[in-house]
Design a protein around this ligand. Structure first.
Ligand SMILES: Cc1cc2nc3c(=O)[nH]c(=O)nc-3n(C[C@H](O)[C@H](O)[C@H](O)COP(=O)(O)OP(=O)(O)OC[C@H]3O[C@@H](n4cnc5c(N)ncnc54)[C@H](O)[C@@H]3O)c2cc1C
Length: 415
């Protein structure tokens, strides 16, 4: 009898959880990812801020699935999906499928100004984080040998565009490293005078959180020396700095945390997409007219009961991965499938050492308790004992003596 073929594209939160939950031992399962690792994106900003090493938050996919003998892992970029012939197209190969799970995540979007990426890197991958880390550390080195005060000022001005969780976390982490960790490391410049500006287009940061938590986060950032600009839109970014309304800010360090765009691969599915390029899926995560093609996680626009699109966060991807695996395990026909139901375990963002905000349904908290919960949850969700141990020990070390350990510049050409 012909073996059933299940293909998963993406080894992120959605794809990896789908793979781990597939129980069909008789099926031929292939997981394809363009990288060789699963990345724990929620802690990426800590790699960018020199607090963690890339290896602490990334795990080889092959290693995670080594005991699953019927799962083949391929490191390749999927170029397109041929729905008609049920094939996934790679550069030099094609892979047939009976079931397809697409979990390709998203990239940052510059809202039609792609040239800004040259001056304002975003944060999605390990190489993005390393680029930001090098740019940030290199700026302090350049400032130390700069000839004029204006030059020093330009190197020691950091602008972060976007006041969502990533922008808030990055701004807090840069404030900590400059104003505390590196305060005494230089002879000429004073890193504690670093200007950190967080720009948000809306009238508050963390807009998906309750108003009171936005205020608490803003207050914490201000206490850490971050200048929060609200209701301000960035209209230009170049090598000299950022134009924000009528004001031009001279800065060599501009980081982008403002928007998301789904993978261009999704276009080849030829089905309805939203403005961010996500596929609009049915309530079983499958696409229109193709009950055995599922789109999950950041790549999907899934409308829950109230008609609201589920947010692009890890728990949504994880739960959808497990849900579609269950449908495939049991060969459930489209008409018999129970709709996917998202169980909201809450959201949280950290602002710096011992400060965070947390929202679980109607329960809200900020400060030390929220931060402890944040620490606990992130350690729990990291993959592998080694990574949990390494991250925990780095955090304890950092908590005690405020030293970020990974302050290395290894690739000067990036700057
Ligand atoms: C900086 C940052 C901070 C975040 N913080 C939080 C947080 O605190 N809490 C939270 O819940 N969520 C957070 N998120 C969001 C969360 O990480 C995403 O929602 C989650 O990763 C989505 O999972 P996914 O499986 O859809 O995609 P991903 O985890 O992004 O995985 C997609 C995978 O697909 C692969 N891929 C993409 N295109 C192709 C292709 N053409 N061929 C082959 N492989 C491909 C990629 O290499 C990747 O491994 C954060 C995200 C970022 C970027």
């Amino acid at each position: 009898m012909k073996k059933e073929k299940i293909v998963i594209i993406g080894g992120g939160f959605g794809g990896l959880n789908a793979a781990k939950s597939l129980k069909k031992t008789g099926a031929e399962i292939t997981l394809i990812d363009k990288t060789n690792h699963h990345l724990f994106q929620p802690l990426l900003y800590q790699v960018a801020a020199a607090a963690l090493s890339p290896g602490d938050i990334a795990t080889p996919i092959r290693g995670v699935l080594r005991k699953r003998k019927n799962i083949k892992v391929i490191m390749e970029k999927v170029i397109s999906i041929d729905r008609k012939n049920k094939k996934v197209i790679l550069k030099d190969d094609e892979i047939e499928f009976d079931y397809l799970i697409v979990a390709v995540g998203s990239r940052h979007s510059y809202f039609g100004n792609d040239q800004w990426e040259n001056f304002a890197p975003g944060l999605k991958t390990i190489s993005d984080a390393l680029k930001i880390r090098e740019k940030m550390l290199y700026a302090f080195e350049k400032a130390e040998v700069a000839k004029t005060d204006a030059e020093i000022d330009k190197y020691l001005t950091f602008v972060i565009v976007g006041g969502g969780p990533t922008g808030v976390e990055l701004a807090g982490a840069i404030a900590e490293i400059s104003k505390k960790t590196m305060r005494k490391d230089f002879r000429r410049i004073d890193p504690s005078k670093t200007k950190i500006i967080l720009v948000e287009g809306e009238n508050r940061i963390l807009t998906t959180y309750d108003n009171s938590l936005s205020k608490a986060a803003e207050e914490s950032l201000k206490q850490m020396g971050v200048n929060v600009l609200l209701n301000r839109k960035v209209t230009e970014i170049n090598s000299e700095g950022v134009q924000i309304g009528d004001e031009f800010i001279n800065a060599t360090n501009v980081f982008w945390a403002a928007g998301n765009q789904a993978s261009p691969l999704l276009k080849s599915l030829n089905t309805e997409q939203d403005r961010a390029g996500r596929i609009i899926v049915d309530n079983d995560c499958s696409i229109k007219d193709d009950a055995n093609i599922f789109i999950i996680g950041d790549a999907a626009n899934f409308k829950n009961g109230g008609g609201k699109t589920l947010p692009g966060i890890a728990p949504v991807a994880i739960q959808q991965g497990k849900y579609v695996a269950d449908i495939i395990n049991k060969n459930i026909n489209k008409e018999d499938r129970k709709p996917f139901k998202y169980f909201d375990k809450g959201t949280m963002a950290t602002i710096g050492r011992a400060k965070a905000v947390l929202q679980i349904g109607k329960f809200k908290a900020s400060g030390f308790f929220a931060w402890l919960t944040w620490v606990f949850v992130h350690i729990m969700y990291l993959i592998g004992f080694r990574n949990r141990y390494m991250v925990m020990s780095e955090w304890v070390w950092h908590y005690i003596n405020m030293k970020n350990g990974i302050r290395l510049i290894t690739n000067k050409q990036n700057n």
